[in-house]
Each structure stands twice: as C-alpha cells, then as structure tokens.
Design a protein around this ligand. Structure first.
Ligand code: UN1
Length: 506
C-alpha cells in the first residue's frame, strides 16, 4: 500500500488536534516539511493591522485575567496539561512533520510542555513574595507579585512548541495573556497547540476572557507589531543572536521587558578520568541529536591528549554508523536539516574548516526522498586550532574536536566564544568538576557534569549569558519575569518615623 501523501497526514493530524482553520488558503504562506521538502499547507498570514487588533484584544483580556485568583488560573493550565496528554501523539507527529524530528524527540518536546504545565500548576499556589524586616517600629514591609501584562512570545523552528509552553504556562498562571508568533517554518504546530489549549479553555469556562491566548501567523511585520507595541509588557524571544540584536534594543527603547534565548556555541571537555563510554554516548546525543539543530547542541569538544586516541576513534565510529532517515517512516536517530540554506551553511562551514587544516569525517548529503529534502551524515571535524567556524554557531550537526594538555587553557578556550548557553565536563576528578562549576569555570547559563549539553529538564532555569541574551525561562524562579513586584510598607503605629533617621518636623 503506498504511503499517504504528507499533506493528507498533516491535515488529519491537525484535525485530530481540533484545528478548524483552513490549511489550503490560495496565495497563502507555504508551509514546507523538511521531511520531503513538500508543501504541506498554505496558511493565511496576519497583517500588521490584524496583529494590532490581536494586541488590543490581549490587553482587554489582561484586565479580567489578572483578577482571577492564581490557583484558579493554575486550574486552566492543569486542564491544558490533560488535553496535551490526550494529543501527545498528534502534536509529536506535527513536530516531526514540521521540524523533522525523530518520533522520540517529537514526543519528547510535547512531554516538555506537559512537564512545564505540571510545574506551573504547583507554582500557581507559590507566587511568593518576601516579608522583610523593617527598621521602623510599628511598620511591616513585604513584597507582592502582580501580573505583568501582555506577553509576546516569538519562537524558532527547531523547537516548534516547548519554548512557547515554557512561557505560556508560566505567563497564564502569573495572570498574563499570551500572544504567540511562531517561526514561519513551523506555524502548524502552533495552531495545533492553540487548538488543544482551546479545548482546555472550553472546559474551564467563562472566567477565562476571550483572546487569552492567540497565535499570529506571519513574518517580520507581525513580530514587529508585537516588539514595537507599548501594550506588550514582555517579549520573550527564542532565535538567532542576529534576531536578538534587533529585538532587544527595540524593546529596551520603550522600556519593555525582554527575555532573550539566543544562539549558543556549546562545548564539552573530556578529562583523563572520564567514564569514556558514558562520555561517548552523551556526546553522540548532544552533537548529533535533532540533526544538530538545538540551541543546546554540542558543537565543540576539547579532549585531553592522553585520552584522545581512546575517545575520538570511538566517536568517529558512532558518526559513521548513526542512522539518518525519514522520521515519519523510520526510527532513524537523525532526521533532515530544516532546509536548503541550512545545508549550504553546513557545507560552507566544513569548507572553511578544511581550509584551516581540519579533517572532516561525514557531512555528506544523503539521498533520502526527493531532491527538495536535505538529509546529511553528521560531521565530526578534527581541528588543529580553536579558530574560524569553530568560534561561531552553525545550525547543523558539526562537532569540532580539539586536543588539550592543560586544563586551565582548555577552560579558557571553552569560554572564548560569543555564546554562553550550555556546557559539559566529563570527569570523575572532584577538583576538575568543581573548578568547572566555579566562578572561574564555565561561563554558561547551563553547566553540566557527565551529561551532554542538550536535553535540559524544565525544573531548572533555562537560558544563557553573553550572546545567548541573558534571559531565563522555564523552571526555578523564572516566573518572576512574568510578574511585577511591588514593595509595600505599612505603618500600623500612631507615629510617622522616617527611614534613615531623617527628621522633617512641620
Ligand atoms: C532550543 O533548542 O531552543 O535543553 C531549546 C534542551 C531542550 C531545549 C532546547 N530542553 O535541549
């Protein structure tokens, strides 16, 4: 029996999620699946005026939602998590169709949404402020956290839904409406998520105002409307450093708040005492998983000279044997690159590395499906020096490997790049581990020991320093970015003592 056409599978999966929007709008924006390079839908794009109207609707929704008690808001997110569980297979498939992820990684991304929802439900009863000792008698000082306002969320193609949910689940319990501009490459997953949330909203009932969560489909015009609007209190943007350099200053100019989660150039260090088998597996997933298209992908590896011949040949063997294939039809570990330009970027980086004396293993294009699909063998590149393409993020499965002899020098190289997202050390030496995690160690927002750079859990704060943008999303106390803090001092005495002993007797 011939396999169903991809547009039919897409339409069926979208329908299962509850999407009613037309997927065949004449002259609309084409959505191309990297799995085959085929167009699977054409969508209506929102105009800037429609984006403005959506922002106004969000703003009206804020006035109602901020007054709903937080634990009640948590109940909406609890219902959403229930609906997500029901739609896990379909949403996972949409991630595979639009982003080309393996089935396991597609489902994993949906699981990440479920996890952050569960976290947020608990959080809805824990939006704690401090009680602070005051220097004045008969006074009490405390802080209160209030809803912030409309939250605009911009997401990238490589994680079509989880980063939205890290933001949306927290924002909703914090009392903020959400507006979502997904990547133009992955708008269908966004519509599917919204449909699943709509099911939860229908169950939740009238307390949730209209327009509490909206999706805006389109390109820069739609993004700019959100970024430039004074009504959008917080912009949380995931994407390239180039995008962040545009968005950050624009939002700052209007004194808006920003969470930026931008590029990384994540590295691992393999020390002499490492558990080599464990390191091998962690590096393989970190560097080849998601076809190297995670912001947390391991892109650089520093290996101590004494173990270089132990681990690098084993890694090369893993690279040679890794399965690359269609994620909808095979259980292959590596799916396609997102598009032709990603492939060209990879070729250019490998050429540059070769010109600098690098030895490349892998990187060949694979003939899988039509010519419009870009599958590649992941590449491992032995580099004589830490330079050239090694210093920047190429969003493709390339791992640059270098040798080191001195740990401090390795650490220095580790930190000598623009990105500051994720990092890993493989060691069983307590001193090396603690130095790596110390103030003079890894300068990244995520520093791991004996696990890879990718695949963070939602419980921790996610994000990084330097060109990664400095934002933190997801767990820990990231929720505070979605609320405003008021410091309250209450005088219950009959006197009016001034702070700092100041007198002002009239
Ligand atoms: C991203 O690539 O933008 O840690 C996010 C990870 C995932 C999130 C990646 N939890 O790899």
């Amino acid at each position: 029996m011939p396999a169903k056409p991809l547009d039919a599978v897409t339409a069926e999966t979208m329908k299962n999620c509850g999407v009613t929007t037309s997927l065949n709008v004449e002259g609309g924006m084409a959505v191309v699946s990297p799995v085959s390079g085929e167009t699977v839908a054409t969508l209506k794009v929102h105009t800037a005026a429609e984006a403005e109207a959506a922002i106004a609707k969000s703003s009206a929704a804020f006035r109602t939602w901020r007054m709903v008690p937080a634990p009640r808001r948590g109940e909406l997110v609890r219902l959403f998590a229930e609906e997500l569980r029901k739609s896990k297979e379909d949403l996972g498939r949409m991630v595979s169709i639009e982003a080309g992820k393996s089935p396991s990684e597609g489902l994993g991304e949906v699981q990440e949404m479920i996890d952050i929802c569960d976290f947020s439900v608990g959080l809805s009863r824990q939006l704690y402020g401090l009680t602070i000792a005051t220097e004045r008698p008969g006074h009490r000082m405390m802080e209160t956290w209030h809803p912030l306002g409309v939250v605009g969320i911009i997401t990238a193609f490589n994680f079509p839904c989880a980063p939205w949910c890290w933001n949306a689940a927290l924002a909703l319990v914090c009392g903020d409406p959400v507006l979502w501009k997904p990547s133009e490459k992955t708008p269908l997953t966004a519509l599917a998520c919204q449909a699943v949330l709509d099911r939860a909203l229908a169950r939740f009932g009238k307390e949730a105002p209209e327009g509490l969560s909206q999706v805006l489909i389109g390109g820069p015009a739609v993004g700019e409307a959100m970024v430039d609007s004074e009504t959008v209190a917080l912009i949380s943007a995931t994407g390239s450093t180039r995008m962040g350099r545009i968005v950050g200053p624009k939002v700052a100019a209007r004194f808006g708040k920003c969470i930026l989660e931008l590029g990384g150039n994540n590295a691992g260090i393999v020390c002499p005492s490492a558990d080599m088998d464990m390191a091998l597996r962690a590096i393989a997933f970190g560097a080849m998983g998601t076809a190297g298209q995670r912001c947390t992908t391991m892109r650089r590896l520093f290996v101590h000279e004494s173990v270089y011949d132990q681990i690098v040949p084993a890694l090369k063997k893993a690279y040679a044997s890794v399965s690359v294939g269609n994620p909808l039809e095979t259980p292959a570990l590596v799916g396609p690159l997102i598009d032709k330009s990603a492939y060209e970027g990879m070729v250019a980086a490998l050429d540059e590395a070769k010109a600098l004396g690098g030895t490349v293993d892998g990187g060949e294009r694979q003939k899988i499906g039509p010519d419009t699909a870009y599958y590649v063998k992941p590449a491992i590149v032995e580099m004589p020096k830490h330079e050239g393409p090694v210093l920047r993020e190429t969003f493709a499965p390339i791992l640059y490997v270098m040798t080191y002899s001195d740990f401090d020098a390795a650490l220095e190289m580790h930190n000598a790049v623009g990105g500051g997202l994720s990092s890993a050390i493989f060691t069983t030496d307590l001193r090396e581990m603690e130095v790596f995690l110390s103030a003079k160690g890894s300068d990244c927002g995520i520093a791991n020991v004996n696990i890879g750079t990718s695949g963070a859990e939602i419980g921790g704060a996610f994000g990084g320093e330097k060109e990664t943008g400095g934002g933190r999303e997801s767990g820990s106390d990231a929720w505070r970015a979605y609320m405003r803090r008021a410091t309250n001092t209450i005088n219950y005495s009959t006197e009016l003592p001034l702070a700092q002993g100041v007198t002002f007797d009239i």
